[in-house]
Write a protein that binds this ligand. Structure first.
Ligand code: GDP
Length: 459
């Protein structure tokens, strides 16, 4: 922990500026060997958190590598909680590498992936959920994901968890007091109060758990496959959802032969959207490979959007789509701008097997907003306000919160049944430990390493 690390924190490649970060006890020593401020005052005389202009030099021979800005931070008031410095130089690939090499030569060692943020976590500057949120922020590829991550980086989720833990700690101190002083009865009033706090914490944990579906759908994305027979309008729908002309649309059946994929924000969730070849029996070798791939994608989808062409009666190809599947399913009845040729039997067949039916015209855009709302509803978009509500998104949060709810439930039952106080106390302690685990207290080294190894070097 005490060694001094350095890394380039800006992306690899040519840019206006690059930032080299240094952190650890020896930061000032490293900086003194590679940075010479312009003017009379030394770096330490300029104080911390001040941008100082100067020369960046090689510690070996004093050769000037670049001119740049050094900013020093003193422990604990820094990102990592240690002494830290940020050195901005010109963003050329070679110069950046030379400045980093100078820092390493002056005594720092190269930081591992995520090591700055890991140190911040170990020094109590960030909770584990906040650190995970930093990872999400860096990976954010949609507005919703950014909003979720930014609010968690700002402590929204951690604050909720620590508030719940505080409430539970109060209950536990009352219970400990009752154990230590058995002659002073907790009394009915006291028990009611303890029970009501336990119920409140359990309800809050359950509310947080209920955000998982949306949180996961925003961060990981939902694997969504558009399927249907050739010419139903799959590629047109893919384009309408992406808002771009990515898929080729023609009236020649069988043009989409491969699987097209993109990540897109739709209905408040992130779709891993897939356009597939139309399902039909074909003697064309390339098309039949496409059909095979389409069937594979459909098999692994979490959400299927099955497109039907309402301007012609159902075909065998359509009926193949109406079979059961584990995925959530939305039927899009397309070409609503044309006369409807589906029979009422066709419509009721579709109605039986799908979670939702949306009439759409990819030609005019009618129904696309309704489709977005239907997708959003499947993933609780209306119920969870990203940026406002505390939201969980990782399977780790979900698992520990679920265990916390189970233990609280057992504690409430035990209290209501008048079981011994130490048994109730043990259950509450377990629940508090699970809440702590959600927030990163008491998690194993393995979990911590797993989380930070996903970061890039320099973060
Ligand atoms: P795919 O084979 O299922 O991908 O279908 P395409 O998206 O390539 O569309 C097949 C044909 O139907 C094209 O000529 C489209 O212009 C047309 N089409 C798609 N959606 C609509 C719609 O809503 N209304 C009308 N009138 N034509 C559509």
């Amino acid at each position: 922990m005490t060694n001094t690390i350095a890394a380039v924190s800006t992306p690899r490649g040519k840019g206006g500026i690059a930032v080299i970060r240094i952190s650890g006890e020896g930061t000032d020593r490293v900086l003194d060997r590679i940075f010479v401020p312009f003017g009379k005052k030394s770096l330490s005389e300029r104080g911390e958190r001040v941008a100082v202009y100067g020369k960046i030099i090689s510690p070996a021979d004093g050769a000037v590598l670049d001119c740049g800005i050094a900013t020093r931070y003193k422990s604990p008031a820094s990102y990592t909680g240690e002494d830290m410095a940020e050195l901005s130089c010109h963003g050329g690939v070679f110069v950046t590498r030379a400045v980093l090499a100078a820092a390493l030569e002056a005594g720092a060692r190269l930081a591992e992936a995520g090591e700055f943020t890991r140190r911040a976590f170990l020094n109590g500057k960030l909770t584990l959920t906040e650190a995970e949120a930093v990872g999400e922020l860096l990976d954010a590829d949609t507005e919703e994901r950014l909003r979720l991550a930014a609010s968690a980086v700002g402590g929204r989720l951690s604050d909720e968890i620590s508030d719940m833990t505080d409430r539970l700690t109060k209950v536990m101190s009352a219970l400990y007091a009752a154990i230590d002083y058995p002659e002073e009865d907790v009394g009915d009033e006291g028990e009611r109060e303890i029970g009501s706090v336990m119920r409140e914490v359990k309800a809050r944990a359950e509310r947080l758990l209920s955000t998982y579906r949306r949180g996961k759908a925003v961060t990981d994305g939902v694997k969504c496959v558009i399927c249907g027979r050739p010419n139903a309008g799959k590629s047109s729908l893919y384009n309408a959802i992406c808002g771009e002309n990515e898929a080729i649309v023609t009236d020649v059946a069988g043009t989409t032969r491969d699987v097209l994929k993109t990540r897109v924000s739709f209905g408040g969730v992130t779709l891993e959207l897939c356009d597939t070849a139309g399902l039909r029996d074909t003697s064309d070798t390339v098309e039949s490979i496409g059909v095979e791939r389409a069937e594979r994608e459909i098999g692994s989808a979490e959400l299927l959007i099955c497109v039907f062409d309402s301007s012609s009666p159902l075909t065998d190809g359509d009926r193949r789509l109406i079979s059961d599947s584990a995925a959530a399913r939305i039927a899009v009845v397309n070409k609503s701008d044309l006369d409807c040729r589906l029979t009422s039997e066709d419509e009721s067949l579709i109605g039986e097997k799908f979670d939702k039916i949306i009439r759409v015209s990819c030609e005019t855009g009618d129904g696309i907003d309704e489709l977005a709302a239907a997708v959003g509803e499947l993933y609780d978009s209306g119920k969870v306000e990203l940026g406002e509500d505390a939201v969980i998104w990782s399977v780790r949060h979900e698992a520990s919160l679920r265990r916390a709810v189970g233990l609280l439930e057992a504690a409430i039952v035990a209290l209501d049944a008048g079981e011994p106080i130490d048994a109730i106390c043990t259950l509450c302690e377990g629940a508090a430990a699970e809440l702590g685990e959600t927030d990163g207290r008491g998690v194993s080294e393995e979990i911590v390493s797993g989380i930070f190894s996903r970061f890039c070097v320099g973060k």
